[in-house]
Design a protein around this ligand. Structure first.
Ligand SMILES: *[C@@H]1O[C@H](CO)[C@@H](O)[C@H](O)[C@H]1NC(C)=O
Ligand SMILES: *[C@@H]1O[C@H](CO)[C@@H](O)[C@H](O)[C@H]1NC(C)=O
Ligand SMILES: *[C@@H]1O[C@H](CO)[C@@H](O)[C@H](O)[C@H]1NC(C)=O
Length: 177
């Protein structure tokens, strides 16, 4: 008890910026394509947390499209900045989309095998481990103000959404208030 108290008292400066994940939903719409093995938010400390996701591919898939939708919370979720659809296989071989490339560069350190290419083979394990929300990397490129944001990724195979991953993150900058 005393140790906890001392720890609290010696905390350096009051925290002024807070950026962490608030929710995560992984929804599998067609289990014949694969299964979600892991989908969770883990606390690192009071101010930081991380996301881990694992998906095992059950069928070989030759062509995958993706949709990336951003939202900002304001009386429910409102579309924000981008809503992009692209061919994931083309992107992985050609890196032909600037916005998607930015996202990919951000994710790369958290995806152990960085050179995914199509086809996605049967039994392949797609994983993202201990992904953190580093607000500074976003702030240099996007006009992000205090609030809650969400990103939904949909995987589309043969025109059907097979899997969606959506997560939200909260960002507060107390200096701006
Ligand atoms: C994004 O675009 C797709 C296809 O045009 C549309 O169905 C979807 O509702 C849009 N999402 C948002 C959040 O506006
Ligand atoms: C991954 O891709 C990079 C750049 O495209 C290439 O230099 C590297 O050799 C590739 N690594 C593997 C393991 O294929
Ligand atoms: C994320 O998915 C959950 C479950 O399907 C849904 O309730 C929520 O509204 C979604 N969030 C966004 C921002 O679309």
């Amino acid at each position: 008890m005393l140790a906890v108290l001392i720890f609290v008292l010696v905390l350096p400066t009051p925290l002024q910026v807070e950026a962490k994940f608030k929710s995560l939903h992984c929804t599998n719409y067609d289990k014949s394509y694969g299964e979600i093995l892991l989908c969770k938010i883990k606390a690192i400390n009071r101010y930081r947390n991380s996301i881990s996701i694992q998906f095992r591919q059950m069928r070989t898939v030759n062509n995958v499209h993706m949709r990336l939708e951003f939202f900002k919370r304001a009386n429910g979720w409102r579309p924000f900045l981008y809503n992009i659809s692209f061919n994931l296989c083309d992107f992985l071989s050609k890196r032909n989309n600037v916005i998607v490339s930015l996202g990919y560069e951000y994710l790369k350190p958290y995806i152990p095998i960085t050179n995914y290419t199509c086809p996605f083979k049967k039994n392949h394990l797609i994983k993202c481990t201990d992904l953190e929300f580093d607000i500074e990397k976003f702030r240099v490129r996007f006009p992000i103000e205090t609030g809650e944001y969400a990103l939904q990724l949909s995987f589309i195979v043969q025109r059907k959404v097979t899997l969606t991953l959506n997560g939200s993150a909260e960002y507060y900058n107390y200096r701006e208030h």
